[in-house]
Design a protein around this ligand. Structure first.
Ligand code: UD1
Length: 419
């Protein structure tokens, strides 16, 4: 077991390269199952979730090698269709392998992903869409048994909510299906466009990604390719948060302004200056932070739920009252109690959290409650007076490559210790 010891009070400053996006790397790795031969993904972050995805690939019969940020997947032996329970439990988002394995083998058996740190994580939209594509699905004792003996068929699918995972699963199932698939009310997140870019580089016919309607024309075969994973927009938001909370100045190399368009105005309202360039974003936080207008988390292009906890950590010290409304997940305020331990004044009820800015946060013993909530506590600790001990950091490692290295290279006092 490990924890982070963080001594607050140092401004973060300097240049940092933004890592590749976890939420894009995972569906891309699932997509490798569909491509014949060898596929090479560059800019893959070294994260426990990415390595869990590699273990799923191996279990399906792929050969998978990680070397300095690049993963080579050879799918020649990918003829297995069973993902064991322990791998499904390790990473809830492993459900994205369902569409890919079905596309490759015509069957798939995996355990139901169940709940997670963010509350219930239903997959009803994934299941209903795959049924429309001709998949027979039964569920017994938490295990999903899926098969499509006659092959996957293109379908017109209307999502009741623009679910990211369901859109990805349908795209993965549809690329090798017979005929055309149209996804209405598709998720528009940048990771969907990245998946489409990757699948097209493998020979698929996907158009409309990034809009509410995605068209997929099934093809007979996909071939391997080389592709670079997009930069992580939530890590970008986290680094912006760390600059804002500590009164620092950071140049975020590789960050794409289009991916964080909903986040930038929040930092600007709080008093930061943000300069977007073609190949980087520069943020400077020289002034005292002030409260912002109500933030409502929404599907892209709205404010991302994954940046909610991080921005909340920043607003704990902003003069005035800020309000956040969490619309995507039911249980995404578990970091609030931990921030309160550090001296924050936050009341959360249902979807709404009210943050009264305080003068100072103080170092305390806190526990990461989920991936982004954990990163938010690290950001808060960097700006607090005194020392924070942050436990349960395996959750942070799911999404941040050596968070202590990143922050300490920028001037933060943070180290990882064994218990
Ligand atoms: C993805 C991201 C996650 C992000 C989320 C929303 C990955 C690996 N994870 O998660 O970081 O927070 O998008 O931007 O990319 N829902 C249903 N039924 C379904 C599917 C979803 O009710 O079949 C609900 C969920 O419970 C949730 C909402 O829809 O309340 C959004 O979920 P979804 O967009 O599917 O998120 P994920 O793909 O799980």
């Amino acid at each position: 077991m490990q924890r982070l010891i963080i001594q607050g009070g140092n401004k973060l400053s300097g240049e940092v390269c933004v890592q590749g996006a976890k939420n894009s790397a995972l569906p891309l790795l699932a997509g490798c199952v569909l491509a014949d031969g060898e596929t090479k993904l560059h800019n893959c972050p070294a994260l426990s979730d990415v390595f869990a995805a590699c273990r799923i690939l191996s279990c399906i019969g792929c050969k998978c090698e990680y070397d300095k940020g690049s993963i080579t997947v050879n799918s020649a032996g990918a003829d297995k269709s069973f993902v064991p329970d322990e791998l499904m439990r390790e990473m809830r988002s492993s459900i994205v392998f369902l569409g890919a394995v079905l596309g490759r083998t015509g069957e798939c058996r995996l355990s139901f992903p169940g709940g997670c740190e963010l509350g219930p994580r239903p997959i009803d939209m994934h299941i209903s869409a795959l049924r429309q594509m001709g998949v027979k699905i039964s569920e017994e004792y938490g295990v999903l048994d899926c098969s499509c003996a006659k092959g996957l068929k293109g379908a017109k699918i209307n999502l009741s909510f623009p679910s990211v995972g369901a859109t990805e699963n349908i795209m993965l199932a549809a690329v090798l299906a017979e005929g055309d698939t149209v996804i209405y009310n598709a998720a528009r997140e940048p990771e969907i466009s990245d998946l489409a870019g990757f699948l097209n580089a493998c020979g698929a016919k996907v158009s409309g990604a990034g809009t509410g309607t995605v068209f997929i024309s099934g093809v007979d075969k996909l071939h391997g390719c080389e592709y670079s994973v997009m930069p992580d927009r939530i890590v970008t938001a986290t680094l912006m948060g760390a600059a804002a909370a500590t009164g620092g100045e950071l140049s975020l190399l590789g960050a794409r302004v289009g991916d964080v368009r909903a986040v930038i105005p929040v930092f600007e309202q709080a008093g930061c200056q943000v300069y977007p360039y073609e190949d980087r974003i520069f943020i400077s936080a020289k002034k005292t932070l002030r409260a912002v207008k109500t933030i409502r988390t929404m599907p892209y292009p709205g404010f991302p739920t994954d940046a909610q906890a991080i921005v909340m950590a920043v607003l704990t010290k902003a003069r005035g009252t800020s309000v956040i409304v969490e619309n995507i997940f039911e249980n995404r305020y578990r970091h609030v109690d931990e921030l309160v331990r550090m001296g924050a004044d936050i009341k959360a009820e249902g979807k709404v959290a009210v943050i009264e800015g305080v003068k100072n946060l103080y170092g305390a013993s806190v526990r990461a409650t989920d991936l982004r909530g954990g990163a938010a506590l690290a950001v808060a600790a960097l700006s607090a007076e005194g020392e924070t001990s942050l436990t349960n950091i395996r959750l942070i490692d799911r999404g941040y490559e050596n968070i202590e290295d990143t922050f300490s290279r920028l001037g933060g006092k943070i180290k990882r210790v064994n218990y």
